[in-house]
Design a protein around this ligand. Structure first.
Ligand code: ZN
Length: 693
């Protein structure tokens, strides 16, 4: 690893944060600006920290509200990521009072949080890191902490071997060794003791290697602390590289596979449907991942535990191995998944029961489902309540694979015993990091929306995204769809698809499954509005209308139903029909005929999908301003009724214009109505002639 320090960038950081004064002067100075700068250098390197991992601090002087100069510890606040941290991400705590805490024999986690919070300069600051006291007790201006992959490979060994390796590799870097104890007051005191002993004996101490945990380095300047970090990681990396070379291990891609590659993630909906909550799956299949999941030693390598206890709240203590027989039928796949899940859950429950009994504590058991799936022949899947959580689990496990491989090259990979993992998993300060609010109505549900670049489609996409849904958007117009997708917000994938092409439709549903692991609903919205008197309608006009306004809905509903059935947890099909299905207008035959058939299609799916808990419903909207119709069309229709265009849009029972957002809300209501199927919901401001009967 090379130092990324640049004096020019460091000066720019000072200019940005101090001289241009983007934060009030009482909250930022040069020390803090440089702290921000080098924290970001660490944060942007995935081999050092991932997803909010690691923490850094600086000891400096700020003025309090009385104008008095106060010595403070500015340490990373919870909820901030080192890669993008700003000065407010470093809450300032009165240092002298923190240091006095070292005199105490013990301090509970709650009291430790309280001790830091009550000494903040700014009461609105985020909670300082759970490792605040460790930073405070080290007598150095800048302190950098990471769970670097290469360091973990060295410290995740049997204790004697880890200590011998650390002495050999880091002795001349003046790093002291700290045995594993859980973060908290006791670790802060132990780390400070180890530091003091080393400094006394050697005249200096530049950092700490924490067995089974990670690395701390210090310095008088931001650059010194950072470059000592880089130096330690580099030493570890060099040693690992030498050991890999000595083992003459063939590169991953050249090794034989135990199973062939399976391109279709056909197992995904089967798994997703059987997990306890509304989970999203995120699939990965790099050569290193494939090499790991196809390794004959997978079972014993992967079941030893996490590489650093910090991961456990996001990955669970062990991944689940899912061996799905190749070419198996849906039933056989389902049986394999059921078997694997049943034993995973049983193992998790007994781990919980054993630990609670052994420690004599009471805890509320977390859900027993895996967060990482290892699938021989396929790759790995992260599991999470939403795509972000699933990605985090996958990222952490990708790095876990690197650490396990490297640890095996320098010795034998060893994780902490279950007792220590349990303490971390059920530690209130760790669980608080997950920030559980009440989930949104459609959090983590996957919804496919067609015609998403149009007015109603885009409004519908936004309405579902606002409820937490993950979206797969299609439209025939890729350019407009890209613009629309950018306005949706939330996890969203899009593709230009010609819905008349049955194979392309099936592929796009498969792509949605690949992206999110399954599907929960379809809003089949795309349509056209052809006109013409039915008696002399050119065949092509009617055929085109049937192709898009009827058959395309069928291709989509068919492909979606296949996934919903494999998932086995129900779902919804929503069709954008039209009032023309019940109340046709003269000159609109090619449209009305197809839409009437679409309502019949909706009912057929309601009838046949009920047994699978698949609900099928339609929305009949009318007079919504969209660009489906030619520009002069509304003016003509209005004139024919002796109305102005504005009055035309309000000529309904409620005398109010119907908007695309109203239609979108109707789709959301139907998606959330658990006992409604086979229904047509009108969104037309009231039109008795078009009321369903
Ligand atoms: Zn840590």
């Amino acid at each position: 690893m090379r130092s990324a320090w640049s004096d020019e960038d460091a000066r720019a950081a000072i200019a940005q944060h101090v001289e241009r004064n983007d934060v009030s002067a009482s909250r930022c100075n040069e020390d803090i600006a440089l702290r921000v700068y080098s924290s970001r250098l660490i944060g942007r390197e995935p081999g050092l920290v991932l997803h909010g991992g690691g923490n850094t601090s600086v000891k400096t002087t700020l003025r309090d509200d009385l104008g008095d100069a106060v010595e403070v510890l500015c340490v990373k606040g919870s909820g901030w990521d080192l890669a993008s941290i700003e000065p407010p991400g470093f809450p300032a705590i009165r240092l002298r009072e923190l240091l006095r805490l070292r005199e105490l024999d013990a301090l509970s986690d709650e009291d430790m949080v309280n001790a830091a919070r009550t000494r903040l300069l700014d009461a609105s600051s985020p909670n300082p890191s759970v490792e605040t006291l460790l930073h405070a007790f080290l007598p150095h201006k800048y302190v950098d902490h990471s769970h670097a992959d290469a360091i973990l490979a060295i410290v995740d060994q049997e204790r004697e071997h880890a200590e011998a390796l650390c002495r050999a590799l880091f002795g001349e870097l003046e790093l002291a060794i700290v045995p594993y104890i859980m973060p908290g007051f006791a670790l802060a005191k132990l780390a400070a003791e180890r530091h003091d002993e080393h400094a006394k004996r050697r005249g200096r101490c530049h950092g700490l290697v924490l067995l089974q945990h990670g690395l701390f380095t210090f310095g008088a300047t931001a650059r010194e602390a950072y470059e000592r970090h880089v130096a330690a990681v580099t030493r570890a990396e060099q040693h690992i590289a030498t050991r890999h070379a000595a083992a003459l291990r063939a590169p991953p891609s050249a090794r034989p596979r135990t199973t062939g590659s399976r391109a279709t993630p056909s197992f995904a909906p089967v798994v997703r449907g059987r997990l306890g909550g509304d989970f999203v799956l995120h699939l990965r299949r790099s050569p290193a991942i494939r090499d790991f999941v196809d390794d004959p030693a997978l079972a014993q390598l992967s079941q030893r535990g996490p590489v650093t206890p910090d991961h456990v709240i996001r990955t669970k203590q062990r991944p689940m191995i899912l061996d799905v027989p190749e070419g198996a039928t849906l039933e056989a796949r389902a049986r394999a998944v059921d078997g694997a899940l049943a034993s995973y859950r049983a193992a998790y429950r007994s781990y919980f029961k054993d630990q609670v009994a052994a420690k004599g504590v009471t805890r509320r058991e977390l859900d027993p489902d895996p967060r990482v799936l290892l699938i021989p022949g396929v790759g790995l899947a992260g599991v999470g309540a939403n795509e972000q959580a699933a990605r985090v689990a996958a990222d952490l496990y990708e790095h876990t694979i690197t650490v396990i491989r490297d640890a095996e090259a320098v010795g034998r990979y060893r994780a902490l015993p279950d007792g220590d993992i349990f303490d971390m998993e059920y530690w209130s300060l760790e669980q608080a990091k997950l920030g559980r609010g009440s989930p949104r109505a459609l959090e983590g549900r996957v919804v496919y929306i067609s015609g998403a670049a149009g007015g109603i489609g885009l409004a519908t996409a936004r309405a579902f995204a606002a409820r937490g849904a993950h979206l797969y958007l299609v439209d025939r117009d890729g350019e407009r769809l890209a613009e629309a997708a950018a306005r949706v917000g939330g996890p969203c994938e899009w593709a230009a698809v010609d819905l008349r092409d049955r194979a392309a439709v099936a592929d796009s549903v498969e792509a949605a499954v690949r992206r999110f692991g399954g599907l929960d609903g379809l809003v089949s919205n795309a349509g056209t509005a052809p006109q013409g008197m039915i008696a002399d309608c050119p065949p092509q006009v009617l055929e085109d209308s049937l192709a898009i306004n009827l058959l395309a809905h069928q291709w989509l509903a068919q492909a979606a139903t296949r996934v919903l059935a494999a998932q086995g947890r129900g779902g919804f099909l929503l069709f954008n029909a039209s009032k023309a299905a019940f109340n046709p207008g003269a000159g609109f035959g090619p449209y009305a005929v197809a839409k009437a058939a679409l309502v019949a299609l909706m009912k057929q799916y309601a009838l046949e999908g009920g047994a699978l808990k698949i609900r099928s419903n339609a929305v009949n909207a009318d007079r919504v301003r969209t660009n489906l119709l030619p520009p002069d069309f509304v003016a003509q229709r209005a004139r024919a009724r002796g109305l102005s265009p504005e009055a035309y849009f309000r000529s309904n029972l409620l005398a109010q214009e119907v908007t695309a957002e109203h239609v979108a809300e109707a789709f959301v209501h139907l998606a959330l109505a658990p006992s409604t199927t086979g229904a047509v919901l009108t969104v037309d401001g009231g039109n008795i002639a078009a009321a369903p009967r």
